[in-house]
Design a protein around this ligand. Structure first.
Ligand SMILES: *Cc1c(COP(=O)(O)O)cnc(C)c1O
Length: 422
């Protein structure tokens, strides 16, 4: 399948007059349509709610759009809670799925009335101290251990993951929490990231639904919701087939009918905490070629670097690249597309077949709407880019300006040597 940018070259030329490259661009129309499809896929479940994983794209304008689409937020830090609160999410619209959590952050989540999802049995005491009492609604994160397989393929290794509680621990935790006054319980698990298969959610649902039935029988608690968390992925590569969220929703429904309904648990709400699926395809990093270099390999230097998009450097992740205006040219040049960091892993693409690139060409790096800008950092003193929103009416709104040197130096508060930059 050909990957097509959601923006045209002409639109980019127009934008670049006001906003210099590089910048991240988001597609409001795509975000809304996708959120609608997700909602439809789970419409069979009365209490269904998506809690968007804020860490994927922590921008209040994006959160506001998702709020209008009926989503809540999933947070795991103080600043994510603060942003959710500022955008207007409150109480049960916020899920606090953190780990290794500082007491103050539990306290903040408690104050906002967020649903707290405990990563560990020892956190019961922490929460009790931080909030003064155990909240009436509480969730626990589960880790089944072992390996997670889909049709004999090992998808991931939960036994090696730091998250969640063992089966014995979650059973014990439910008993303790019940004794301490909790009334409504939730179960959460996140076992595999970026799954590009319609089978992941239904398989995870089966694990969690069966656990829920057992926990209800053994501890007598009321299970109000089951949180399938994140992990539904997107096709970063053009040869991958995308997930069909309608098929995924239907798969979860089938397991629900098979496991929960016969156990008298047909009132359990399904929650999700998707990040990547909600945003990744609806954002791109727009950069320009500024250099070409011919040594032992052919290099194209662009004005973005790994601080704008860390995934290739960090995970060797593939991000598709479109050279704007050359969509129909032959892919007859083999390039490494690189940024300017003094790190040889600062490469957006290695040995990528692309059309001939000239200095000044716009390169659209696809699927950066989630875990893109958000993972940015300031290595080499590089500054983070702006974020722009392509609105449904075709207009463009800057939803975060680019960092300046002043921002970079700002935490040197009053340092006399830096005075002329502060
Ligand atoms: C990161 C994360 C998510 C979102 O994951 P995606 O892969 O972006 O869907 C959801 N829940 C928790 C607890 C997470 O840490």
């Amino acid at each position: 399948m050909q990957k097509k940018p959601f923006v045209t070259k002409q639109q980019l030329e127009e934008m670049a007059k006001t906003y210099p490259t590089p910048f991240h661009l988001y597609d409001e129309k795509g975000i809304r349509e996708n959120a609608r499809k997700l909602k439809e896929a789970f419409a069979w479940n009365k209490g269904y709610k998506e809690y968007f994983a804020v860490k994927a794209t922590p921008n209040p304008y994006i959160l506001q759009i998702l709020r209008e689409c009926g989503c809540g937020t999933d947070c795991s830090s103080a600043t994510e809670l603060m942003m959710s609160d500022a955008v207007g999410f409150s109480g049960r619209e916020i899920m606090f799925s953190s780990n290794d959590t500082p007491t103050e952050e539990f306290a903040m989540a408690g104050k906002l009335g967020a649903i707290i999802n405990l990563d560990d049995i020892t956190h019961i005491e922490y929460v009790e101290k931080a909030l003064g009492a155990i909240p009436e609604t509480i969730s626990c994160r589960y880790n089944p251990g072992g390996v997670f397989k889909i049709s004999n393929n090992i998808m991931d290794n939960p036994g090696d993951a730091k998250y969640g509680m063992t089966t014995e621990q979650i059973t014990e935790a439910f008993k303790i929490l019940k004794a301490k006054g909790a009334r409504e319980f939730g179960i959460h698990a996140f076992l595999v990231s970026n799954t590009v298969t319609n089978e992941y959610y239904p398989m995870l649902a089966k694990v969690l639904f069966e656990l829920a039935v057992r926990l209800k029988e053994e501890t007598g608690v009321h299970i109000g919701f089951i949180n399938l968390s994140g992990g539904v992925g997107i096709p970063y590569r053009p040869d991958q087939e995308s997930n069909d969220i309608a098929v995924i929703g239907e798969g979860v429904r089938r397991v629900y009918e098979e496991v929960l309904v016969p156990a008298g648990m047909g009132d359990v709400a399904i929650y999700t905490e998707l990040g990547r699926f909600m945003l990744a395809p609806y954002g791109c990093l727009v950069t320009r070629a500024i250099h070409e270099k011919h040594i032992y390999k052919e290099y194209i230097g662009v004005d973005a670097c790994a601080v704008n998009l860390m995934r290739p450097a960090m995970y060797g992740a593939y991000h598709h690249i479109t050279v704007m205006g050359k969509e129909d040219w032959p892919l007859d040049h083999r390039y490494d597309v690189v940024g300017s960091l003094c790190e040889n892993n600062d490469k957006f693409a290695i040995d990528r077949m692309l059309p001939k690139i000239q200095k000044g060409d716009f390169l659209v790096i696809h699927d950066t709407g989630a875990h893109g800008f958000a993972m940015g950092y300031n290595y080499n003193g590089k500054l983070k880019s702006a974020e722009l929103l392509l609105k449904e009416d075709g207009s463009v709104q800057q939803i975060r300006r680019a960092e300046t040197a002043r921002d970079y130096f700002a935490t040197l508060d009053g340092c006399p040597m830096m005075k002329k930059f502060l």
